[in-house]
Design a protein. Sequence first.
Length: 229
Amino acid sequence: MSIKPDVINEDDITEIYQVVMVGECGVGKSAVTMQFLKGFFLEDYEPTVDDRYQKIVNIEGTNVGLEIVDTAGQEAYSAIRDKYLREGDGFVLMYSVADRPSYEKIPELVKQIQKVRDSDRVPCVLVGNKSDLDPDDRISEEEGQELASSFKIPFYEVSAKGAQNVQESYISLIKLIRVQAGSIPRNNSSPSAKASRGMSVIRRQASDTDLEKKKGTAIGRLLAKIRQK
């Protein structure tokens, strides 16, 4: 997969999806997002309410418009969570390997997503961030894998600081989304992707608000194009 600049020919773009980052405050959602989009480590942390980033990516030969929603942690999340859970095409469930409470919160987040979507087949990937840290009470990779397996979703330990597995985790999620959207054959999906069948993801449609906010950008032109179809 490669990240494309905004000068890409929008006539070659046919898909757009929204990825929602969820997890407790301080687990590194913003840092991982910036590492994926910009290739740098976000050193200073500021609590996020609702940051949205747009990028065009090329995956399996297809140019895909991607919007990443970087949500707040638990304090603000409860007030607006249903909106994100309804609109998101896929979810990055993130905890910090150095913060056990954030790990223990993941099952609750999964249940919230399944409740709002009325399905247990929503595209998700479990991400344990800060793999470069090694505190005494570190959550092991085996614990992360076991939790992911219980929900039949992919798992990655990542490091926003060192960029380890950051792109791989997003690629995995985008593939799951595309499988459910019918953009790629199901027999091309991984075992984890096959386990996520059952709920049809509708290709993102553009609203007037979306168009106004993104007017003049490649994503904005993409939204307008998809809306016309």
